[in-house]
Design a protein around this ligand. Structure first.
Ligand SMILES: Cc1cc2nc3c(=O)[nH]c(=O)nc-3n(C[C@H](O)[C@H](O)[C@H](O)COP(=O)(O)OP(=O)(O)OC[C@H]3O[C@@H](n4cnc5c(N)ncnc54)[C@H](O)[C@@H]3O)c2cc1C
Ligand code: FES
Ligand code: FES
Length: 1288
């Protein structure tokens, strides 16, 4: 593959994060000369789907070719880094390549083009805003970059927080883009296209032969000779199938050089497009035709264009061909439904030619209506429209997401009337193929376009487009609702067209604006970097691809690859294992089982490698070691394991409660007298809240390289972890060798979010056993599917509340009971339960409280730490409860929030004293900055005028306690060496996860030693340099390590003091000659942190060093008919005290906010009824994309009081922003409540997170959802009694 070729060439800048074309990390630019126009076409592609043979005659530019630190940086690279668009940097090369390709084609792109170009690139860290900001510096009209955008909302007011700054970067310093300086198309390739090779080229691989004919005639002959061989064009359909379904095609025919397949011809009645044209080219061709023809003739073309905008990503559209799309006939196809209603026909060629309609029968794959095996689709004819044709689509996210349901609809009326003469409707996503509602359409002919027809049409459609309850993909009721909701949308639009009204549903163009602000002390010397928006130390290296991640380390001598064999059963006894066939696969070296472990195999309840019994699907049983990754994976397919199922198998929290299956005892906190208080209140409400789990989806999957040394059992371990000391300890106990022989190195981690605290030790230990047994270095790199299957994530939560309150909204008593799904082992579940209970009160003072929490033991992979550690789930229960109280009192939720918020110095439920002043300031500032009250009125006005669209607005306060509730965790060490040339090497116990800890540490060292940051360097985190470290987690990494670095620097400066005193005018380089006077220039710094304790018996303690306060206000608009939501604006005010680096801190807040928004709106884990995780990649699991960012996004850091416990009074902001994402959730529920109120349905609906389009649509109940319930589903056959998917 192209990936392997890059690795062989040591081009490691291109990253791999999914292998399915869904994340954009592997984006490169391909340049080809068009044989017809002779123009050079530059387009972005995702390398993971590009077979190397398909690149014959093409030039490929990787991030290394764009620019480098050694030669010259390209403006794209410079700007993305300097605009703070990189955190962990794993997505950055892909971002750079998407942006670079855009600029090669459009040196001054529009914002829309920029969004389109970046829509297929996922980033899990930044929240996208700074990446977009960097791209916008190239746009012709650039808005909102310098921190003072004009708000789009009337009556808006910007707050003033004293001496504020709002420029995170200075645009004027950027080098200009000079298109004349770009790499030229290689002359040898130009010559090749001038004299195109006509010979058939054949490439033989180990298992596949690739044949690329030079002429159309040869292609036809080859197809006749190998009728079973597929034509390979974009490989976006074949590739994923070969990878995930194991389809193997021994012969592939590549028509890439056949120009006949790219011919486009226009006639008076239609357009013929070559089947080999890419979807991106089809988009351009259609757009051109739309601009040339009168509107009524282009209805089909416009409908196709609408879907082409949201179909996959720019990269996939550049690769995928029209022919491949049509022939693949995916049930979700976005184009086939429109082509079918648009009466498109297919021009087929073999010995002769023939034309077949792209009909319902063709789409269903009926042999009589299909291509013959020897036939090739040459081109597609799409006639001009004479009728109104429209198209609809609903997916989990706006961009880069497969549709749940889509539809193409077309109608023709009898001349001058509203009588239906012809009607055609097709749906995608509701069956195994695109389906046509032919019968319903026939029955509606001759009917008037009115309400009666609508009603009948809906019933007929529901009847005809049947979708059984067990249908693959699930979401049955939602999909059935969309079937009728889309028709209703069509009905309305046609009606308005008939009435010649203006277009009702304009497609909005996002105009993302941003304002950030923070406070800088005006007395601070200019050269002191603390508090300034210093760029991430690795920013430029991220952008050039030179930043080395664990798997970029070149192959070491005799290295072997490891792949893991995991359980396919949820709870079973292992009866037998047959390895014989696997061991015969060439290249396979050994299999590592529990018997090979010389020391301890994890713990009794949590084994590294399973013995006799498995507790979940995805549990690691053993590992295969082979010469290559591919061989190891091939061997896994040949291993046969027989199991005997055990009982009971438990997946959900409700099942666990039923079976009394828990991981640890209940945790409880109580205050006041709750029972007595319930007696005295005006009202009592009870409710339930469900919060789904979350996958970390760090862009760099888990990986480790273990290198055994020749002497003394020493091991060097390079690992992507937040806790190298834990890896070191686990390897030591597993191998039974002392800790001092093992050195763990962490250069940088491509995102962790809590998922790389415990798990890397498991992978490190298994790989180390392999290294010990074989004597070879072992590399273990998890692919995305395995990573998602094995590692677990955030705990799903089920909460029950009972709240007693007065009619004025004052809450007198609150009783919350929470259950979290811990999975099959304890891991961090007990701690998560404790944190959940400790933090549940959020910002509210309620006199009578009872909080209880338990972690359930189930047969799912063990859940673990995740940013926020229980807080984002638990507090959603508290806030939902407040919303319910507000609804009962007829008050706006913000009034009830305000009424119950902490106001004065007080004690928390666990009796820790604190001052809520900053909380109140954040809240007021947020209300002010967002012009909340004005906008609340505007939202109400909007809702009065619109029935099918509703807006919602919500403001949420936050009190977040940082740190671990254990004293031993509040310590850190650092080691600082000054060398004789004056350069300084800093090492500390924190790991660089993208959160910029190394940058902040050098800012601290620079201030303390009073030398510029350029004198300072951090190489890596290593257990040999700073031992016995704690995990970089709980938001305190910079706090505690900063203090340790400060301590080390102060020790050194103290030692230098006599020398400086003697020569006060001297330079740093002169002072460090102290070495010659026998003064040690190396010092260990240590921070003995906060005493944290919690007495659970008494319910009292001092568990946290301090709180971060904040508030966020979000406004959204929902489409009640489809459930789609658009984020209009978000304002965040965060109390960062004295930020060490506002660019980094704003980045943490934004990134966490967007990750939280994902948790609460789109990220949904689905399991088969047998406990197999379905959502194992970016296709099925939707993290936010660039188009999900609020159109206006403002972040302010509140200048605040001092926090003496932390370094320079800064605050740790890594996790807290996550919960603020719930403001989007509550804005959505606010909009849903408005819809329900208008429809006269109860406002107290069950709160379920994520609020996916499915949830929103079904909660906005109306006549269409009712129809779905009334029109029964076909009876389920007894062989399929269970639903398609279950939720945790
Ligand atoms: C990440 C990702 C996201 C996607 N998102 C969407 C989406 O949102 N909406 C959507 O509708 N689709 C989506 N797709 C699917 C995509 O549209 C199709 O995979 C693509 O159009 C197939 O084209 P291709 O050229 O890559 O086909 P290939 O994979 O190259 O070939 C597919 C099949 O077509 C046959 N074939 C190709 N050309 C011819 C021909 N001329 N004559 C005869 N047979 C031929 C081949 O034999 C093969 O069997 C997505 C795909 C990916 C990977
Ligand atoms: S790795 Fe290629 S798109 Fe994700
Ligand atoms: S910076 Fe984008 S994934 Fe980390």
């Amino acid at each position: 593959s192209t990936k392997e070729t890059f690795l062989t060439m040591r081009l490691t800048g291109t990253k791999y994060a999914c292998g399915r074309g869904g994340c954009g990390a592997c984006t490169v630019m391909v340049s080809k000369r068009d044989p017809t126009s002779q123009e050079i076409r530059h387009f972005s592609v995702t390398t993971c789907l590009v077979p190397i043979c398909s690149l014959y005659g093409a030039a490929v530019t990787t991030v290394e070719g764009v620019g480098s630190m050694k030669t010259r940086l390209h403006p794209v690279q410079e700007r993305i880094a300097k605009s703070h668009g990189t955190q962990c940097g794993f997505c950055t090369p892909g971002m750079v390549m998407s942006m670079y390709t855009l600029l090669r084609n459009h040196p001054q792109p529009s914002e829309e083009q920029l969004l389109e170009a970046l829509g297929g690139n996922l980033c899990r860290c930044t929240g996208y805003r700074p990446i977009l900001a960097s791209g916008k510096t190239f746009c012709l009209v650039s808005r909102g970059l310098r921190g003072h955008p004009q708000s789009k909302n009337d009556g808006d007011r910007r707050s003033s927080l004293g001496t504020q700054e709002s420029q995170l970067f200075v645009k004027e310093e950027f080098q200009p883009l000079d298109p004349t300086q770009e790499l030229i198309f290689p002359p040898e390739l130009l010559r090749m296209t001038e004299n195109p090779e006509k010979r058939t080229l054949t490439f033989h691989g180990e298992r596949v032969t690739w044949i690329s004919p030079g002429t159309f005639k040869d292609l036809l002959e080859l197809k006749a000779k190998h009728p079973e061989a597929p034509l390979i064009l974009g490989n976006t359909s074949l590739g994923p199938a070969m990878r995930s379904k194991g389809c193997l095609h021994p012969i592939l025919l590549s028509p890439a050089r056949i120009s006949e397949l790219n011919v486009v011809s226009k006639t008076n009645d239609g357009l013929t497009i070559g089947a080999g044209c890419s979807l991106a080219q089809v988009k351009d061709i259609l757009a051109e035709r739309v601009s040339e023809l009168p509107e009524e003739k282009t209805q089909t073309y416009r409908a196709l264009l609408k879907h082409l905008k949201s179909l996959a990503s720019q990269q996939i559209r550049n690769m995928a061909s029209l022919g491949g799309h049509i022939i693949s006939r995916h049930s979700y196809s976005d184009l086939n439904p429109i082509l079918a209603v648009g009466n498109a026909t297919l021009n087929l060629t073999s010995e002769g030619t023939r034309r077949i309609p792209l009909s319902e029968h063709f789409l269903a794959g009926l042999a009589s209506a299909d291509l013959k095996p020897e036939e090739i689709l040459e081109s597609v004819y799409i006639p001009h429209s004479q009728k109104l044709a429209l198209t609809f689509r609903q997916a989990q996210c706006q961009q880069n997401a497969l549709p749940d349901v889509n539809a193409g609809m077309r109608v023709l009326f009898k001349e001058g009337t509203d009588i239906i003469e012809d009607l055609s409707i097709t749906y995608g996503g509701v069956g195994a193929a695109t389906v046509s509602a032919h019968k319903s359409c026939q029955q509606l002919l001759g009917r008037q376009w009115d309400e009666l027809m609508l009603d009948e049409a809906c019933r007929r459609l529901l009847d005809e487009v049947s979708l059984p309850g067990w249908a693959p993909g699930g979401r049955v009721e939602f999909k059935r609702t969309l079937v009728v909701s889309f028709f209703f949308k069509f009905y309305l639009q046609v009606l308005q067209e008939l009435k010649k009204l203006i277009k009702p549903f304009p497609v909005p163009v996002s105009a993302l604006a941003f304002m950030g602000s923070w406070h800088v002390d005006s007395h601070q010397p200019l050269q002191d970097p603390v508090g300034r928006p210093v760029m991430h130390l690795s920013g430029l290296k991220h952008a050039t691809g030179e930043a080395e991640f664990c798997d970029d380390i070149p192959m070491v001598d005799k290295e072997l690859c490891m792949a893991l064999v995991t359980s396919t059963r949820a709870y079973a006894k292992i009866i037998s294992i047959d390895l014989s066939e696997a061991l015969e696969i060439p290249g396979v070296v050994d299999v590592i089982t529990a018997k090979d472990i010389p020391g301890t195999n994890g713990t009794e309840d949590d084994k590294l490698l399973a013995v006799d019994e498995v507790l979940c699907v995805g549990q690691i049983i053993f590992a295969v070691v082979a010469e290559t990754d591919v061989q190891a994976k091939r061997a896994i397919e040949k291993i046969k394991i027989t199991y005997e199922e055990l009982e009971p198998i438990i997946f959900t929290i409700k099942d666990a409660i039923k079976h009394n299956s828990f991981l640890c005892p209940e945790k409880k906190l109580e205050q006041g007298n709750i029972e007595e208080a319930f007696e005295k209140v005006d009202q009592i409400v009870e409710g339930e809240v469900h919060v789904g789990g979350q996958e970390h989806f760090y862009m760099e999957t888990q990986r480790v390289l273990v290198i055994p040394k020749t002497e003394d059992k020493e091991l060097d371990i390079y690992v992507s972890t937040q806790d190298p000391a834990h890896v070191q300890k686990t390897v030591s106990s597993t191998l039974n060798i002392p800790i001092n022989r093992i050195t763990c190195h962490v250069k940088r981690v491509g995102g962790g979010f809590g998922g790389k605290i415990g798990r890397p030790a498991v992978f490190g230990a298994i790989a180390a056993v392999g290294a010990l047994k074989t004597g070879h270095p072992i590399r273990l790199v998890l692919d995305r599917e395995d990573d998602m299957l094995i590692t677990g994530g955030r705990h799903p939560l089920f909460g029950k509340y009972k709240v007693g309150f007065m009619n004025n909204g004052r809450i007198k008593a609150l009783d919350i009971e929470c259950f979290i799904n811990g999975g099959c082992t304890l891991d961090d579940s007990e701690l998560v339960t404790e944190f959940l209970i400790l933090k549940l009160e959020n910002a509210y003072k309620i006199r009578n409280l009872r909080f209880r929490g338990r972690a359930c033991l189930t047969n799912l992979p063990s859940n673990t730490a995740f940013r926020g550690f229980g807080f984002p789930q638990g507090t959603l229960v508290t806030e939902s409860c407040i919303t319910a109280v507000a609804a009962k009192c007829g008050l706006p939720p913000e009034k009830v929030r305000e009424k119950n918020m902490y106001r004065t110095v007080d004690k928390t439920i666990y009796k820790q004293a604190f001052n809520p002043e900053s909380l109140i300031r954040c809240w007021n500032e947020c209300l002010d900055a967002s012009s909340f009250h004005n906008r609340r009125k505007q939202v109400e006005e909007f809702n009065k005028k619109n029935y099918w669209k509703k807006r919602g607005i919500a403001v949420i306060p936050m009190k977040f306690s940082v740190g671990f509730a254990a004293t031993s965790y509040h310590q850190a060490a650092a080691l600082v060496h000054i060398y004789t040339d004056g350069s300084v090497l800093v090492t500390h116990g924190g790991n660089e996860l993208g959160q910029g800890i190394h940058t902040k540490m050098l800012q601290v060292a620079s201030r303390e030693l009073k030398i510029p940051m350029s004198h300072l360097h951090i190489c890596e985190t290593s257990t040999a340099m700073v031992p016995n470290t704690i995990a970089t987690a709980a938001s305190v990494g910079a706090d505690i390590n900063g203090k340790a670095v400060q301590n080390a620097c102060q020790i050194l400066l103290k030692r230098l003091e006599p020398i400086i005193k003697k020569n006060p005018e001297g330079t740093w380089e002169e002072w460090v000659t102290a070495f010659e006077q026998r003064i040690s220039l190396s010092a260990t710094g240590y921070f003995r942190g906060y005493k944290a304790f919690m007495d659970w018996e008494k319910g009292e303690g001092d568990p946290f060093p301090y709180y971060v306060y904040g508030a966020a206000c979000s406004e959204v608009e929902i489409d009640c008919l489809t459930g789609a939501h658009k984020k209009i604006r978000t304002d965040i005010v965060m109390d960062a005290c004295c930020s060490l680096n506002p660019a980094i801190d704003i980045g943490q807040i934004e990134g966490a906010f967007i990750q939280g928004m994902g948790l609460y709106t789109t990220e949904e884990l689905k399991y088969s009824p047998e406990g197999v995780l379905y959502s194992r990649g970016p296709d099925e699991y939707k993290i936010p994309t660039i188009s999900d960012v609020p159109e206006e996004f403002n972040v302010s850091l509140l200048p605040s009081s001092q926090t003496p416990l932390t370094i320079y009074s800064s605050k740790g902001l890594g996790e807290s922003g996550m919960f603020l994402g719930s403001s989007v959730f509550f804005a959505i529920t606010d909009a849903v409540a408005a819809a329900r109120k208008e429809r006269d349905i109860a406002e107290d609906f069950t709160v379920k997170s994520p609020a996916t389009p499915e949830w929103v649509r079904m909660a906005c109940a109306d006549r269409f959802t009712e129809m779905v319930y009334i029109c029964p589903l076909p009876l389920e056959p007894p062989s399929h009694p269970t639903p398609w998917a279950i939720f945790k």
